[in-house]
Ligand binder design. Sequence first.
Ligand code: SAM
Length: 415
Amino acid sequence: MVERVRIDHVGHRGDGVSLRAGDAVYVPYTLGGETVEVDHVPGNHPDRRKLLAVDVASPERIAPFCPHFGVCGGCAIQHWATEPYQAWKRGIVVETLAQAGIDCEVAPLVDAHGTGRRRVTLHGRFGSHDVLKVGFSAASSHDVIPIHRCPILDPGLDGVLDAAWALAELLSSKMSVTKPLDIQVTATINGLDIDVRGSGPLPTPLVTALSRVAEQHRLARLTRHGELVLQRLPPTVRMGRAEVTLPPGSFLQATVAGEETLATLVAERIGKAKKVLDLFCGAGPFALRLAEKARVTAYDNDAAAIAALAKAARTPGLKPIKCEPRDLFRRPLVPPELRDFDAVVFDPPRQGAQAQALKLAASKVPVVIAVSCNVATFARDARLLIDGGYRIDTVVPVDQFRHTPHVELVARFTR
Ligand SMILES: C[S@@+](CC[C@H](N)C(=O)[O-])C[C@H]1O[C@@H](n2cnc3c(N)ncnc32)[C@H](O)[C@@H]1O
């Protein structure tokens, strides 16, 4: 049923929100103040509408730069001028913290898109009439939108779509792999690093054929479910003075600028601390930079990332880095283990670090720095630290995922 609605504001997920008689209706790709024509969304989505036409456009509306925008689910916002977009994103942090009763300053949003995303996951799926599609998922669906260009990618990912199509075509034609494929690609110093998931075990001739594709596309490395198919060159990235060989599938910040921005904000807040603890350290983007000035102890539950960090820690000129795998949800560091550190940084996954925050709240560590990719779980963990006697400084929101509702932040707590 086609109807006309007025959009009140853009919500925290990036959709326009129309408030009619108290019931919110969500319309993607719209802006506050607009009048739009919409249709109901098939399935069980009573509060969602599909945008058909913008009847009265906001003066803040701009033309999207990508031809796939509105169909591909990768970007939610390309249709909004920079200034109001940035104010909205900062507002997500302000409002979420205020709702959680966290009283603090929030700095202006720091843009950290830089040269673009250095890691993407493409999907290969068969569509109708068994036609292979390689691209990104459509918004709120598992459909794959085939794409041949993505303007938000780092130039280091040039050639990614050709390589992904070649791998998906080979697997689908030779193996009749009809299951969905996930193709995770990372730009490294030595070329593309690709991990393919979903193909199941492969016979030797097919592994040989895959190696040939990897050679043709000059990939640094090709793995299947993390198992090596071919390595032409080590897939390394720079973290401060060190070069780190990435384990397949380990976490990596989405943009180079994002990693550098977060690491700089952390280092500035750590100041002159001599003994630093880096929790949820991944492959070491903070630890390896902090070790230029401080002795660092680092933990993460990803054993392969810890092994990569341990190797990179041998870079000449760095102070010692002690690192070990540890599950910090089940076995957070307890106050006696925290006693020796001048500063602690923690950068958990989206679930946050409730168990570790509780132990930090009971510790005497003078400086705690939180890095977060989820404002809601950050607010919950911040509340624990504040209730434990810490004061929170200005929170800095960071925009690594431009064109999406995702926002990251850095905050310092002191006692
Ligand atoms: C947001 S990433 C941050 C990693 C690193 N600080 C960086 O900037 O690249 C979160 C990290 O938490 C780790 N992690 C997830 N669950 C964990 C757990 N239960 N215990 C310890 N580490 C965990 C992941 O392996 C990942 O490296």
